[in-house]
Write a protein that binds this ligand. Structure first.
Ligand code: GAP
Length: 523
């Protein structure tokens, strides 16, 4: 069977990593489309990921952790430009969701909480990934990912190996299309792997599917054992629930109100090789929005939070709406305590995947902590005196994923020129200052004077290496919106050249007007 025959089928499979030449992700649906003519697009997208990873390392956004020791799986460090970008995203999130709202307060809780927290929350018993092991190499894989890959690849492989007719292949694709891996329990995954004789990526048999708990364990004090066992937090949310009463008692909040926090969480992830999309150490920005279910319409609150999330990604970070979509969790996929859950998905080079989740968790968490701690976490309505446990809506996002989509969406090539068209508000540096020539003290001193006067207002960066062209090239790659050059005319008329990153146009501006010029652009 020839590849070109497949193009006429126009059938769709589920999204995921691109594997094999014939399966390519559709940008619109997030599904894999069996169309040969889509090859070019997929190549562009695969290249994009490689280019972003290379740019991130080359320009100091993201480095592999402990690289001198060979690296550590699913672990990355943020370099000088990355640390600035990350900080900007964090600060914008905090400003938009905490400081600019009357109904929100912030919190900063510990990474190591009382271990009973994780028993109450259900993480000790239920924070599991389905795992299989290659029985020869002992490499571990997510069983759901193994099945997803099989569903993508099997029809094409079967079509090639067994020379299927077009109709048979269509039938097979339609059958696989109906299988929703998110809905499978461990036994169903096990049966599917066995029935279809699915092998590991190294072509060996796979073990039974087991539940693998993602919580990292550690110990307090010198004696290890059950008594000293503690966990690195698996989500920042539980620190919010356990402090709910203290926030009520120590601040002026009244329902409906939310508590937000940004901080590190830890998950023992099995899947490797997804850059900063899936990491062991992750930074979360989570909100628990508490309300009275008798007074508020949860669906209205939920919708408003969805709009606010979309606003942050689209307007504040500047990510295109074309690359964003909402996906509702299926009944089987949703946690038993959640009444509704949606993911805001991004169209990554490896398919549509979760960026930001929002769930209506009812009163589940506060109830659990009441039971396990024996403390009342009820709210007393100040007007009626009614006592009840508030319900909660939870928008939860990984800051690393916001960082990744910001880079992906901003990447732009103009011939040889690579530009990160970042929204100036998120750009690591707002202005780069150059003396035209590094060996002319009068230019260097004037440029330094300008640098010092602007640095208290904007994040400015100094560059006097190489020629002006090379400096523009480097600043474009880290997304600096404006470059300012001090030249010999500056010494005469106090004007500088300001060059715009996106248009590459240059204009002459008086130094006295520079601050106002940038302020206006950054509004
Ligand atoms: N409190 C709810 C909660 O933690 P989640 O869907 O497991 O829900 C929330 O995580 C967000 O955290 C996700 O939408 C994603 O952005 C991010 N996230 C989760 N696991 C991650 C990982 N291993 N690496 C990077 N980000 C992750």
């Amino acid at each position: 069977m020839e590849l070109f025959e497949l193009s006429s089928l126009d059938l769709i499979g589920k999204s995921g990593w691109k594997r094999g030449l014939q399966l390519v992700p559709s940008y619109r649906t997030g599904f894999f489309v069996v169309k040969y003519k889509y090859m070019d697009n997929s190549k562009v997208k695969t290249d994009l990921m490689e280019k972003i990873v290379a740019l991130a390392k080359r320009r100091g956004f993201v480095y592999p952790t402990s690289e001198i020791y060979g690296g550590l799986s699913n672990s990355y460090d943020y370099g000088p430009a990355g640390a600035e970008l990350l900080r900007n995203i964090r600060n914008l999130w905090w400003k938009e969701f905490i400081n600019s709202r009357e109904d929100m307060v912030g919190l900063d809780t510990q990474i190591i909480l009382h271990p009973e927290t994780w028993v109450a929350s259900g993480h000790v018993s239920g924070f599991n990934d389905p795992m299989v092991e290659d029985i020869k190499t002992h490499k571990r894989y997510r069983a759901d990912h193994i099945i997803e890959n099989y569903l993508h690849e099997a029809p094409i492989k079967l079509a090639k190996d067994q020379d299927l007719t077009k109709e048979k292949l269509k039938e097979l694709l339609e059958k696989y299309e109906k299988i929703i891996v998110e809905n499978m329990n461990l036994d169903e995954m096990n049966d599917f792997i066995k029935e279809n004789k699915i092998k590991s990526p190294d072509d060996n048999d796979l073990s039974e599917v087991k539940a693998f708990n993602q919580l990292f364990e550690t110990a307090i004090g010198v004696v290890s054992g059950e008594k000293s066992k503690v966990y690195l937090r698996g989500e920042t949310a539980q620190g919010i629930f356990t402090n709910f009463k203290q926030v009520l008692d120590s601040s002026r909040v009244k329902l409906p109100f939310g508590i937000g926090q940004i901080g590190k969480s830890f998950r023992n992830e099995i899947t490797t090789g997804q850059f900063i999309f899936r990491t062991l150490e992750l930074e979360q920005a989570e909100i628990e929005y508490f309300f009275d279910p008798e007074k508020e319409d949860w669906e209205k609150l939920f919708k408003k939070w969805q709009e606010d999330m979309m606003h942050f990604v689209n307007e504040t970070l500047g990510v295109s709406k074309d690359n964003l979509r909402w996906r509702r969790h299926t009944d089987k996929e949703r946690s038993f305590y959640s009444k509704d859950t949606y993911d805001l998905d991004y169209n990554y080079p490896f398919g549509w995947k979760e960026l930001w989740g929002i769930a209506y968790r009812t009163d589940y968490d506060l109830k659990q902590h009441m039971e396990h701690s024996g403390q009342s976490l009820e709210y007393i309505d100040p007007t009626t005196g009614r006592k009840f446990i508030p319900h909660v809506i939870e928008p939860a996002v990984g800051v690393g994923r916001l960082f990744l989509i910001t880079l992906l969406d901003a990447y732009y090539e103009d011939g040889d020129r690579v530009v990160l068209k970042l929204n100036p508000r998120v750009a690591p540096y707002k202005v780069a200052i150059f003396p035209l020539l590094a060996n002319k003290p009068e230019l260097v001193s004037k440029a330094k004077e300008l640098f010092n006067s602007l640095k208290s207002q904007f994040n400015v960066v100094w560059d006097d290496r190489g020629n002006i062209g090379k400096r523009y090239f480097a600043q474009d790659e880290i997304g600096t919106p404006w470059c300012v050059t001090v030249d010999f005319d500056t010494l005469e008329d106090n004007t500088v050249t300001v060059r715009d990153r996106d248009t590459a146009k240059q204009e002459r501006i008086s130094i006295d007007k520079l601050s106002e010029y940038f302020q206006n652009k950054l509004v």
